[in-house]
Design a protein around this ligand. Structure first.
Ligand code: ZN
Length: 426
């Protein structure tokens, strides 16, 4: 308990120091992107840089630059070389990190593309990449000294890619900017892509708290052309040439639809200012994926696309965990129940104080039994994060648990609202 109080105090100290820091003191109006490879296996994580790019737009936040919401399996810090001051920090997760929990990672080493983006610095900085050990502790993986005048920082952009503004309600610095990238649409299917973007982003905006903040949400459609229509399905030996080479059967899971071509994806997203990337896949087959501060991906034409679109955005935008679990005992080592997960909507009860404990009514039973009267109330329901035992969620049902749930539960809504405010408010 003492340890928690101490780290909270430290965080407050760092935060109060930073609120006086102005964006313009350290950064230009464009973005700096660092492409790297996560390499390793189940037990080793290494970082190797691929390239550094200067991009035309910075769509991210301009306030709270050196504070974090403590989300993500990794974080990066930007330190001003002259003053040694922390001037920017952000959390993120990675497909590589998910792969590290698969059986394949026990006997094979692989590399995965990853990119991070931050405002372009005016002076020399150091980039530090760290891996989360638990809720409050980090391990340094990598350091890179960056000079903004380095002639090898690339500044090439894709040309001739059609971009359409779907909605623009506020300037990027006061808005959540979502870059929706076409995947598996041929150049003849651009108008279908725009129609799909309208339909599926309307679904996001129809869910609270996105509805409440819809005057702060900008959406851009980037019509990345694919040679083939549709999406690769390795389980059927069906491989297609598509814009970001996404496919089903990720980690041999039939419905897990992802792309590993992150550098390509970021090149498309760079055509607009963005806080979040959404890949819209031109297929009827059920599937998708969403990873915090990385991207979300959904099958546009599946009959459950409405629900899946919003669910995956819950992962990628707000760092929400899956609240579902398997009734049979499935060996899943995504979460260690001896540690508190960083995701706001599940708890192992190890550091429950930092989750929804304060909102519980007096005398609530843990675990909360499922009855007609508890089903709609806040509680501590056992099962979540793929685990039947030892992991808990706040409500019986939620958009992060089933496709039948009508909306996000209150804890998820609060987490999304906090994220919107963090990115758009002073
Ligand atoms: Zn929830």
């Amino acid at each position: 308990m003492k340890k928690i109080k101490f780290s909270l105090l430290l965080l407050y100290f760092v935060s109060s120091n930073i609120f006086s820091q102005h964006y313009a003191d350290f950064f230009n109006n464009d973005a700096c992107r660092v492409d790297f490879h996560f390499c390793g296996n189940a037990t080793h994580t290494l970082v190797y840089v691929n390239k550094v790019k200067r991009e035309s737009f910075w769509g991210g936040r301009r306030y709270h630059l050196s504070t974090t919401m403590n989300l993500g399996d990794f974080r990066f810090q930007i330190v001003d070389s002259l003053s040694n001051k922390l001037i920017y920090v952000d959390g993120f997760s990675a497909l590589f990190h998910e792969w590290q929990t698969t059986p394949e990672a026990l006997h094979t080493s692989k590399s995965f593309e990853q990119s991070i983006q931050f405002p372009f610095p005016k002076s020399a900085v150091t980039l530090i990449i760290e891996k989360r050990l638990d809720l409050d502790h980090w391990q340094q993986l990598f350091r890179l000294n960056l000079s903004p005048t380095d002639k090898l920082i690339r500044h090439n952009i894709l040309r001739s890619i059609p971009v359409k503004v779907i909605r623009k309600t506020a300037p990027p610095e006061n808005a959540i900017d979502i870059a929706v990238v076409a995947e598996g649409y041929t150049s003849r299917q651009i108008s279908k892509f725009y129609t799909d973007v309208h339909r599926l982003t309307d679904n996001i905006l129809s869910h609270e708290p996105f509805t409440k903040y819809k005057d702060r949400i900008n959406i851009y459609a980037i019509a990345a052309p694919s040679e083939d229509a549709g999406i690769s399905m390795p389980q059927n030996n069906d491989w297609k040439n598509t814009a970001v080479e996404s496919h089903f059967f990720t980690f041999y899971e039939p419905r897990y639809l992802t792309t590993t071509r992150i550098f390509k994806l970021r090149d498309y997203a760079a055509l607009v200012p963005y806080d979040a990337i959404y890949v819209l896949a031109n297929t009827k087959t059920y599937g998708g994926g969403g990873i915090y501060n990385f991207y979300a991906l959904t099958a546009a034409d599946n009959k459950l696309a409405t629900q899946v679109t919003v669910h995956e955005f819950g992962h990628s935008f707000a760092g929400l965990a899956d609240e579902y679990f398997y009734d049979q005992d499935v060996l899943d080592n995504t979460y260690d129940i001896k540690k508190e997960p960083w995701e706001p909507n599940i708890t192992s009860l190890v550091q429950f104080d930092c989750k929804w404990k304060a909102e519980l009514p007096l005398g609530i039973k843990i675990p909360t039994p499922v009855t007609d009267s508890t089903k709609t109330k806040i509680g501590v329901f056992e099962g979540g994060g793929y685990l039947k035992k030892g992991m808990y969620r706040a409500f019986y049902d939620c958009r992060m648990r089933t496709n039948q749930a009508p909306e996000f539960c209150k804890v998820c809504r609060q987490a999304i609202e906090k994220r919107i405010q963090f990115l758009t408010e002073k």
